[in-house]
Design a protein around this ligand. Structure first.
Ligand SMILES: O=C(O)CCC(=O)C(=O)O
Length: 324
């Protein structure tokens, strides 16, 4: 077990959620005994405290997923004038409105929940919102999401180093398998327990990597070294369609490169914060957005991309813009 500095109330100097407190297990026991958390939720939350993740088996009915995949297949076939695809090109990270020609590229599609009811029905499925509600101790709001048609091949990282929130440990990531995943498909991997290691700081003390892209190799090497130091072992995630992985912002994870780059591995990954938290971009850049209830959770109101800085840039460039 990884030990912590005496007297530090949270495992991280940056704080976190109630399950990141040093005495989280005792707090969990008390809440379960008081009836504030149902017994069936407890094992998952214990796993979350110890390993930094929990798995919800068959949390999303296949019928809901099939309806979403009908929408994404139609999106690829016809293109979409408001949905943005990001991918790496010779110019760096590039964003375009979805068009059929992008289907074969390793893209990530932004915020489908803002456009498709079918995506909201998957991302905000009751079993997901129930568990995230207990983890956040608040009503969950989906504030950003990526749909992958293929494995991302993304190197080892923690979502906390990309977080736009003022509290970089104040959110939950969900990863929904939209089909069965087998080895070689570009499966997700993660390091159980890695959320409990030290806090990495980029050169000026930042937790966030945005201003320090050139420091990424050093950061990845540090993650690997921390895992070795604490005998933590990388694990592949091979879910069935409808299984959901929820994980801590500090859990180290990434995507294995697919053995066949054409092979599909459809999944949707989303971040949730408490509904009363306002992500900075939500307040400033997307002035025309808002919060909307869906089932037991919330999502960001479909912002009108045409009115935003990136939306205007995309239209001006006839659909192509380089992202920093
Ligand atoms: O699904 C994957 O391949 C990796 C996704 C991921 O690591 C992320 O979005 O942070």
């Amino acid at each position: 077990m990884i030990s912590h500095a005496q007297g530090n109330e949270y495992r991280s100097p940056l704080g976190g959620l109630w399950l990141d407190r040093e005495d989280a297990l005792a707090r969990l026991d008390r809440r379960v005994q008081a009836g504030a958390i149902p017994e069936h939720i407890k094992p998952g939350l214990m796993n979350w405290i110890e390993d930094g993740f929990l798995v919800l088996k068959s949390a999303v009915p296949e019928s809901r997923i099939d309806l979403l995949l009908d929408d994404t297949d139609r999106m690829w076939r016809d293109g979409h004038s408001r949905i943005v695809a990001e991918y790496l090109s010779a110019e760096g990270r590039t964003a375009e409105f979805v068009r059929p020609e992008l289907h074969s590229l390793p893209t990530r599609i932004l915020d489908l929940y803002a456009h498709f009811e079918t995506a909201r029905n998957v991302i905000l499925a009751p079993a997901i919102i129930e568990s995230i509600g207990y983890i956040l101790d608040a009503q969950p709001m989906a504030y950003q999401s990526l749909f992958f048609e293929r494995g991302s091949g993304q190197p080892l990282h923690q979502d906390s180093v990309h977080s736009p929130l003022k509290t970089p440990l104040g959110f939950v990531t969900s990863w929904v398998a939209l089909e069965d995943v087998s080895p070689g498909m570009g499966e997700l991997f993660f390091i159980p327990g890695s959320h409990r290691t030290a806090t990495y700081r980029f050169s000026n003390g930042d937790k966030c990597m945005t201003e320090h892209p050139d420091e990424e190799p050093e950061y990845i090497a540090w993650l690997e070294r921390e895992a070795t130091k604490h005998n933590l072992v990388k694990q592949s995630y091979l879910p069935r369609k409808g299984d959901v992985l929820l994980f801590n912002p500090d859990l180290a994870h990434g995507g294995s490169p697919p053995s066949d780059p054409e092979r599909r591995r459809r999944s949707v990954v989303s971040e949730f914060c408490p509904v009363d938290v306002t992500p900075p971009w939500f307040a400033k850049r997307f002035r025309h957005s808002g919060r909307k209830p869906h089932g037991d959770g919330y999502y960001c109101y479909p912002y009108r991309l045409g009115l935003t800085r990136i939306g205007r840039a995309l239209r001006k460039a006839r659909g192509v813009v380089k992202r920093s």
